[in-house]
Design a protein around this ligand. Structure first.
Ligand code: GLN
Length: 548
């Protein structure tokens, strides 16, 4: 039977609840447990697919094609179990399900209410997401005290009563600020946050206190006293310079023992050697590279969190320090591509909307002409095709119909029908809803024998996750191949999945998102290959662009 760890947050948002949950998952997994992870989000959007990355950071896509909260990316980077459609529930999704049941008459005439109908739906969803795991970690989005999260908190309170103290652990994450002017560490916000949580019937078993420096004993004692939490269960989550140090930091304070003791589990010691090896590799690089990531929303790093992490994973596995330079593509439009001159690699990430699109195309041209390693992801493949069409194949004005509906050369365009993961035909055109109408999730890709793609993967059949609406127009493929592009990856129904330029030292783009399947322990072949090439560029040992 599955036990549950519920993780709530207090005082302020952005304390790193997702990472804390993921790290606790990693430690428990290292003790031989099967872990599942769920995120409950109090907002009303059915999923984050339609939300601007400006507001909510990256949309993370699971194998089964669910568009989810970016915290699920943290989960998959720290824990082996993959997430899916039952790993992320929003208020919108819960209500959608309850309302459709009500319309079907499932409630047999009852007045449908928040308690018990919404709370029951939440509990059912949590149980579905838990699957057959030994421990399911459930993170509740938002901050205790928000109106929106009340039904979720009520549902997890009920689960505690129903399952008992030895099956449910409540972890509460708070902020313990340091006031520089008076040189004081303040525990009052934590006291108030716990008071708020207790007023809705939840007594936390563990407090994880975020602070700049390790929490002194005196403050731990004070917090314990005021919150009714044993002092040993007041864990200090102080700032560290490397995310991957957190499992060790929390284990050193006995967090996993507190949890497993309460759940009455007799387990082997935690083995964190894999995490220690990662920290070690990051601490001792043998070289470094400068990578330009050219996109929009560059001031909001959360929009590309999986991609940035995947690049760093490439560094971990090649012992390379990866310095990522976030460059606004609109700046390249205004000031030219000069800022890319000292870069060892250029990445154009996925994206939607036409702002800065010409800057991205220019970045591709710069990488192609100067023999700088190029990695294009999703939109980054589409701009690579547009650039080649314009500058290699002489197709003036070539564009994606996403940005210019009447382009003379629609080298990237909508296909009006797409077979979705379950094999059903899905109509896609300009009039389609924006939510859930993309080619989503893991699909098979065939790689051409001997291509850079196939050598990087060491395979000719792979599976990667998608999230896009537009496709390379097959009618232009022959012409583009004559001009020097190689379509080295194709889908089961012969759509373009990967593009490369044979004469270039390292130029590879994918229609899918490899960053979603990269994790620090294994790395990912494309990112390892890209960072290796960038490193050779840095050391001046990369071959130059072959003469056409
Ligand atoms: N906007 C492009 C499309 O919908 C690319 C999407 C992406 O980069 N994720 O096809």
């Amino acid at each position: 039977m599955t036990s549950y760890v519920f993780i709530t947050g207090g005082v302020v948002s952005s304390l790193g609840k997702g990472i804390t949950s993921a790290c606790l998952g990693a430690i428990l997994e290292s003790r031989g447990l099967k872990i599942s992870m769920i995120k409950l989000d109090p907002y009303i959007n059915v999923d984050p697919g339609t939300m601007s990355p400006f507001q909510h950071g990256e949309v993370f896509v699971t194998d089964d094609g669910t568009e989810t909260d970016l915290d699920l990316g943290h989960y998959e980077r720290f824990v082996r179990t993959t997430c899916g459609r039952n790993s992320n529930f929003t208020t919108g999704k819960i209500y959608e399900s309850v309302i459709s049941k009500e319309r079907r008459g499932d409630y047999l005439g009852a007045t449908v209410q928040v308690i018990p109908h919404i709370t029951d739906e939440i509990k059912d969803s949590v149980r579905a997401g838990a699957g057959d795991a030994d421990i399911c970690l459930v993170e509740i989005g938002g901050t205790v005290g928000d109106i929106e999260s009340l039904p979720f908190l009520e549902a997890i309170r009920q689960m505690g009563i129903e399952l008992g103290h030895d099956k449910v652990v409540y972890v509460h994450l708070t902020l313990v600020p340091y006031i520089a002017t008076s040189q004081e560490i303040k525990t009052k916000p934590t006291q108030h946050s716990v008071k708020e949580l207790r007023s809705i019937g939840i007594q936390p078993d563990v407090l994880v206190c975020r602070s700049e420096a390790p929490l002194p004993d005196e403050q731990r004692r004070k917090i314990a006293l005021f919150t009714n939490v044993p002092k040993d269960a007041v864990i200090s989550a102080y700032d560290v310079d490397d995310l991957y140090k957190i499992p060790e930091m929390m284990h050193a304070q006995g967090l996993d023992d507190i949890v497993t003791k309460q759940l009455q589990l007799d387990l082997p010691e935690a083995d964190l050697s894999e995490w220690q090896a990662i920290v070690e590799a990051k601490r001792n690089p043998t070289s470094e590279v400068n990578i330009a990531m050219v996109g929009k929303y560059m001031d909001l790093k959360d929009s590309y969190i999986s991609l940035s992490e995947a690049l760093l994973h490439g560094g971990i596995h090649t012992r390379t320090r990866v310095n990522i330079h976030y460059i606004e593509s609109a700046d390249i439009e205004e000031q030219g591509a000069g800022c890319l001159e000292n870069m060892d690699g250029i990445v154009v990430p996925g994206g939607f909307g036409d702002r800065g699109i010409e800057g991205k195309i220019e970045a591709v041209r710069f990488a192609r002409e100067n023999g700088i390693p190029y990695l294009g992801i999703c939109l980054g493949l589409q701009v690579a095709v547009i650039e080649a069409a314009r500058n290699l194949a002489g197709l003036d004005g070539a564009m994606s119909t996403e940005f210019h509906r009447d382009t003379p050369h629609p080298v990237v365009a909508l296909i009006t029908e797409w077979q979705d993961v379950s094999g059903d035909l899905e109509q896609r055109d300009e009039g389609s809803d924006l939510g859930g109408t993309m080619r989503l999730g893991a699909q098979q890709v065939h790689l051409a024998e001997g291509s850079l793609a196939a050598t990087s993967y060491g395979a000719t059949l792979i599976e990667e996750r998608h999230r896009h609406r537009y496709e390379v127009n097959n009618n232009y493929r022959a012409q583009l191949e004559d001009a020097g592009l190689r379509f080295s990856g194709t889908s089961v129904d012969d759509l373009v999945e990967m593009v490369e330029i044979p004469g270039h030292p390292w130029f590879l783009a994918s229609q899918f998102h490899p960053e979603f399947t990269s994790n620090p322990r294994d790395g990912h072949p494309l990112f390892i290959g890209f960072i290796t090439a960038a490193r050779q560029h840095h050391e001046g040992i990369l071959p130059k662009v072959a003469e056409a």
